[in-house]
Design a protein around this ligand. Structure first.
Ligand code: GLU
Length: 419
């Protein structure tokens, strides 16, 4: 019995079962590896602009503390619940271990529809969330970052709130901050750049010319927009983009810098063009070379997986593909090359790690160094995943997650069980 439930949590449990079976992990070790170490649920009351008070529910799940502090984003979205946050924390653990970061996974969030609150209310909510979390987080305990619905500004409010209570500036309490407040160069672009870098590697290995290759991006937040921009800079045509307001399709290639300026100003891609509008329900099954789901979990189910017409599936989002869809993709692995989420979007947390290191040392790097080191870590993890998938004759996701789970397991076993 556990308090965690819901389809996203079930998905993380199901995936772990596949890995645990593959690694023949004894039954009595499985709960220790899978179940989160800690979970906090808080009430965040804020004053509304009209003088009333609203209480929002907030969460933080810290999956394991075996390798160092926990690390992971904070999500502000109406879908957030404890099961989703726990699943996302578990995925962060496998991701950090796969790429070799000294962290366990964490995730947090607030159940809130951002379209219903003002900027001032968002600041109050962000500050109250961090203030309620002070007993449970710290630069060597749990380090937050952005995720869906949060951004550099929210991270700056988190850092400021924590620092005001400490009586000194503690930049290392969160990552993904503005560069002006202790953030690192290259963090804003890091996740999208990593996605594009790995997709480019796979296209090269498949001997598909970058010039004129096509990309389709679902989601135009921080990850989707920078992935689109990088892919376009590599010579690809980004033929379709969607977000929560709709989709745009242009076989000649969309103007991504113009679309980013529009989305930056208006908050979404809505209103960019009436001629290019397209049914967002069809975006994932458009024929293309690179498909980047960079929005929600569970958007690729078995039916969508049967109908994918991409050559490379580069998972920018966390958990976009269901276990049923994985079974379909396993059969289609010669047609669709999967770069699984725990590797594909790991550029974000890799550069968050660089930000934390720079803040702790108060020694800041050039952007070129940040990005070079990001790609070096991603390339190494990619090589390890592909070699493992070949050696064990398993899908890429199983290989990537198995490497992560194995590292956490080895650390737990060598440390032993206290007391
Ligand atoms: N929220 C991002 C993720 O899911 C980034 C986490 C971080 O930078 O700590 O990987």
């Amino acid at each position: 019995m556990t308090v965690y439930s819901g389809p996203v949590f079930e998905m993380a449990v199901n995936q772990f079962g596949v890995i645990a079976n593959h690694l023949s992990i004894p039954m009595d070790e499985r709960d220790r590896l899978l179940l989160p170490k800690r979970a906090v649920i808080i009430s965040c009351p804020i004053h509304r602009d009209d003088g009333s008070i609203t209480v929002f529910e907030g969460y933080r799940v810290q999956h394991h503390l075996t390798l160092g502090p926990t690390k992971g984003g904070t999500r502000f979205a109406p879908s957030v619940d404890i099961g989703e946050v726990a699943a996302l924390a578990i995925w962060m653990s496998w991701k950090c271990a796969l790429v070799g970061l000294p962290y366990g996974g964490a995730k947090g969030g607030v159940r809130v529809d951002l379209s219903t609150i003002s900027k001032r209310e968002l600041e109050s909510l962000s500050r109250r969330y961090m203030q309620e979390m002070i007993p449970f987080v710290g630069p060597h305990t749990d380090v937050m970052a952005p995720d869906m619905g949060t951004n550099e500004q929210v991270m700056a409010w988190f850092m400021d709130t924590y620092s005001m209570y400490q009586g000194r500036t503690v930049t290392e309490i969160v990552t993904g901050k503005p560069v002006a407040s202790g953030g690192t160069l290259g963090r804003r672009e890091a996740t999208g750049r990593g996605v594009a870098h790995l997709a480019k590697r796979v296209l090269n290995e498949l001997s598909i010319s970058l010039n004129g290759a096509t990309a389709v991006i679902q989601g135009f937040g921080n990850v989707g927009s920078y992935a689109a921009l990088e892919l376009q800079q590599f010579g690809l045509k980004v033929i379709a983009v969607s977000d929560h307001t709709g989709a745009l399709h242009d076989p000649a290639g969309l103007d991504i810098p113009a679309l980013m300026r529009h989305a930056g100003k208006h908050g979404s891609i809505a209103g960019f063009s009436s001629q290019l509008q397209f049914d967002p329900a069809d975006i994932l099954t458009l024929p293309c070379d690179v498909l980047v789901p960079a929005a929600m979990e569970r958007v690729i189910d078995a039916k969508v997986a049967e109908n994918l017409k991409c050559r490379v599936l580069a998972e920018g989002a966390n958990g976009p593909t269901t276990p049923d869809a994985d079974l379909v993709l396993e059969k289609r692995q010669d047609e669709v090359f999967l770069i699984p989420d725990v590797l594909c979007n790991a550029g974000g947390v890799i550069v968050s790690y660089f930000e934390w290191v720079q803040d702790l040392q108060q020694l800041f790097w050039e952007e070129e160094e940040v990005t070079r080191r990001e790609y070096q870590i991603l390339d190494r993890a990619f090589d390890t995943m592909v070699a493992r998938a070949r050696a064990d004759n398993i899908p890429h996701r199983t290989a990537a997650m198995a490497i992560g789970v194995e590292k956490v397991r080895a650390a737990k076993n060598t440390r032993g069980l206290f007391p």
